[in-house]
Design a protein around this ligand. Structure first.
Ligand code: SN0
Length: 331
């Protein structure tokens, strides 16, 4: 595996899940694989779970790890070509990439969407520059449009906690005070739709206010239900997430908040006990970090049906599987 962005990159999903369970039972099983290999993790944005779980995963595999926070001590990096660099950015990514690549064997990248230029974000410009100019295998630690390590961990969590053969999984938009990327819902939709093709997979529904339609390349074939209450009825898993306008129906709205969290309608999307009451004793999921009172109420996230902690713990497992696959392709 030379690049990890999409569910297709992991190959057979059932096999990947089997491997995840095997690694969870013995997470140091492949410790020889990473001997004398170095992972470089590059962060253009904040991180807690990704940073810790991916480093732990690399350590499970016996690797050395270097972490670079681009915004905390490195030169500010220019990412666009054809600009006169007379501002605050001292170094161009096109020199920085091969330099960084010379010190490592695998690169993980966190680079959020800028949310101002849809084409730039959806072309995965930064990620693809790393792929092109590093000559190393690259994996996404949340890029402009995807967060596959999260979606893989989410699928594993659903598999572990389901009580019926084909659970009903609902992705619901929830209000937020800041404009957030679409990476998490994009990947969640992509992975759930792939899982829905499995015999013992999932039934997947997305609910969001009008105008928040996700890019069809991630939701092709998904059921969209604009009535949140109707979508939540009988749900076995409720996956809440805010995202800003994907600009699918109104391109000028890309990256904007189009339903304010302070409006009555916005607030009506917050997951509380009343919302959970119509589900099938549904489990609550969120990738974290989560804003209480906006996305979810304290009682729901602290309740017995909240999976947010096991979900985060599974990030170590998904990352171990992915880095293991990359190491195997380097052998
Ligand atoms: C990121 C997002 O993509 O929504 C990372 C999630 C894993 N979330 C945020 O940036 C939340 C920031 C905030 O202020 O709540």
């Amino acid at each position: 595996m030379n690049s990890f962005l999409h569910v297709q990159d992991i190959g057979d999903l059932k096999q990947a899940l089997t491997e995840a369970r095997e690694i969870k039972a013995d997470r140091f099983k492949y410790q020889h694989l990473g001997n004398n290999k170095t992972l470089l993790m590059i962060f253009f944005n904040n991180s807690l779970r990704t940073r810790l779980s991916t480093q732990k995963a690399a350590m499970n595999l016996g690797m050395n790890v270097i972490v670079l926070d681009v915004n905390a001590g490195a030169w500010k990096l220019e990412t666009e070509r054809g600009v006169i660099m007379d501002g605050d950015k001292s170094e161009h990514l096109l020199e920085a990439i091969p330099v960084m690549a010379s010190y490592c064997d695998i690169i993980g990248i966190r680079s959020f969407a800028g949310l101002s230029d849809r084409d730039y974000d959806y072309a995965e410009t930064v990620y693809n520059q790393f792929l092109k100019y590093s000559g190393k295998p690259i994996f996404a630690m949340e890029t402009a449009t995807v967060h596959p390590l999260q979606a893989f961990a989410d699928l594993l969590t659903i598999e572990e906690h389901k009580t019926v053969r084909r659970p009903k999984v609902v992705l619901t938009w929830a209000p937020h005070c800041r404009a957030l990327p679409q990476a998490v819902p994009n990947s969640f939709a992509e992975w759930m739709l792939e899982a829905s093709k499995l015999e013992d997979g999932v039934d997947f529904i997305i609910t969001h206010p009008q105008g928040y339609e996700l890019d069809p390349r991630f939701t092709e074939g998904a059921t969209i239900e604009y009535d949140q209450q109707k979508a939540l009825e009988g749900a076995d898993f409720v996956y809440a997430k805010n995202w800003s306008c994907p600009g699918v129906t109104v391109p000028e709205d890309y990256g904007k908040i189009i339903l304010n969290h302070e409006s009555a309608e916005g607030r009506s999307w917050t997951i509380d006990a009343e919302h959970m009451a119509v589900t099938n004793n549904g489990k609550f999921m969120h990738c974290l970090p989560v804003r209480r009172g906006l996305i979810v109420t304290d009682d729901v996230i602290e309740g017995a049906n909240s999976l947010v902690i096991p979900e985060a713990a599974n990030r170590e497992i998904s990352a171990t599987v992915v880095i293991k696959r990359i190491l195997e392709s380097l052998q």
